[in-house]
Ligand binder design. Structure first.
Ligand SMILES: *Cc1c(COP(=O)(O)O)cnc(C)c1O
Length: 459
């Protein structure tokens, strides 16, 4: 078959200079950042794969809409535009704007959480878990078995284990389940998609027990692409129709617009139930802002309204998922252990397999993140025992299920040559794995420690 390169379906109109640092400079910068890439300055970074969140390049269309932003306090035109876009897309009547996804999580989980409540998810994203636990509730992750094995192929590795869901409802009692939260795609579980069949099965279980069902819909467009490709019966449907159908199965959603909203800041909570929406609106007005802007400017709301349309364009989504897959395929070809198949927004390297000589207590993922930075100025994020590890009563580490390093790909920002540079760097690191060493934590806060923890090398 004639195989053509999937090109970036855009031309570059504005450029942002990258400062090309030397390895000696980077050694200093990383020491200064106490071996936590989150503490680096962005101009010390060459290729920033720390996150795909809020790092999208906006389109000329979005930038021009920004000039039309209506900054009225109440009832702004820009708000009405964002609200109607989200209503059309989701079918939910009550839309609450927030400055980002975690603020929407706070509105909802602070109201429906609390001691004694249990939340169940395929995998709670870190801010989701923090918001649930901060309310005093418990967060339980039940991905399907295949989702826990990096090398095992499954078309929908992000699925939630519905058998375990029923068992947990039985054990805790439906009245104690705060909500079932389905994260699409499953970010912390490898950016893996969730099938419509799974979303529907969960919907039926939740309806039967009267349990609230929330979609964490940050990457629902990317998820829709996978359903279109891999699930029987969706070939003729548009990506937008697929997303709409999935929203239709749940009672509401939380979305960080910093992902598939294709903007740099924003989010929302959308709900079907008026009473619940009014309860959350009270918190919104106290903590975020008035209900027709949340934490957003009018111009932000214009950009979100357009981003939520652009993200479903077939050429965009095809390029997006294919270019993530390209990085995955190139790395796999040279033998880098990865979560397979690639997810939508990131490639997840299995650091435990890459650095088998570094024990989990010394954070092999942190080690790989540091090596990528030192070698080539690539910044990425550990998703392993630094992010999700806990301590038992004796202060011994209870490690995370996997030790991953996430190479997240900002939307519409990097070209194929940037990605080739990342692949080359891995080829070099593979030649010298035994030189890498572990790290120990010298400071950590009680929640979301990976953002601000400090480390020192174990040598
Ligand atoms: C990013 C993200 C959030 C939180 O959104 P923020 O905008 O970063 O506050 C919640 N859930 C998932 C799955 C995410 O990826």
């Amino acid at each position: 078959m004639h195989h053509k390169t999937t090109i970036e379906p855009f031309r570059i109109k504005v450029v942002e200079q990258i400062r090309l640092t030397t390895e000696a400079e980077r050694r200093q910068f990383l020491q200064h950042a106490q071996y936590n890439p989150f503490l680096l300055h962005s101009d010390e970074v060459i290729i920033d794969l720390l996150t795909d969140s809020g790092t999208s390049a906006m389109s000329a269309n979005q930038w021009s809409a920004i000039m039309r932003g209506d900054e009225s306090y109440a009832g702004a035109r820009s708000w009405l535009r964002m609200e109607s876009t989200i209503r059309d897309l989701t079918g939910y009547p009550y839309i609450l704007p927030t400055h980002q996804g975690r603020a929407a999580e706070h509105l909802l989980y602070s109201r429906i959480g609390g001691p004694g409540k249990v939340f169940i998810s395929n995998t709670h994203f870190d801010t989701t878990r923090a918001n649930v636990e901060f309310s005093g509730a418990t967060a339980i992750d039940i991905p399907i078995e295949e989702g826990k094995h990096p090398e095992v192929y499954h078309p929908f590795k992000g699925n939630l284990d519905t058998g375990r869901l029923e068992a947990l409802i039985e054990r805790h009692g439906a009245e104690n389940i705060g909500a079932v939260i389905l994260t699409v795609t499953n970010n912390s579980g490898g950016g893996q998609p969730v099938s419509m069949a799974n979303a529907r099965a969960i919907s039926e279980i939740c309806k039967q027990h009267g349990i609230l069902y929330i979609l964490d819909a940050c990457r629902i467009a990317e998820n829709a692409y996978f359903i279109h490709q891999r699930e029987e019966g969706y070939r003729e449907k548009s990506y937008r129709e697929i997303a709409h159908e999935m929203f239709g199965l749940a009672d509401g959603c939380i979305m960080s617009a910093k992902k598939d909203g294709l903007v740099n800041m924003g989010g929302f909570l959308a709900l079907r139930d008026l009473d619940l929406a009014l309860k959350c609106r009270t918190v919104l007005i106290i903590t975020e802002g008035y209900s027709t802007y949340g934490g957003l400017s009018g111009r932000d709301m214009e950009a979100i309204a357009i981003g939520l349309e652009e993200v479903f364009e077939p050429d965009y989504l095809n390029y997006r998922i294919k270019s993530t897959g390209y990085m995955g395929e190139q790395l796999r070809k040279i033998g880098v252990p990865l979560i397979w198949p690639p997810g939508g927004h990131a490639i997840y390297v299995d650091a435990k397999a890459f650095y088998p000589h570094i024990p989990v207590e010394e954070f092999p993922g942190q080690a790989l993140a540091c090596e990528l930075y030192l070698k080539a100025g690539i910044r990425c994020c550990e998703i392993g025992s630094v992010m999700f590890g806990k301590y038992d009563e004796n202060g011994k580490l209870i490690p995370a299920a996997m030790e991953l390093v996430r190479l997240a790909i900002p939307r519409r920002v990097y070209t194929q040559s940037h990605i080739d540079y990342v692949v080359e760097t891995f080829r070099e690191l593979e030649q010298e794995t035994e030189r890498a060493h572990g790290y120990r934590i010298t400071y950590e806060p009680p929640f979301l420690r990976h953002f601000t923890a400090r480390f020192e090398p174990v040598v």
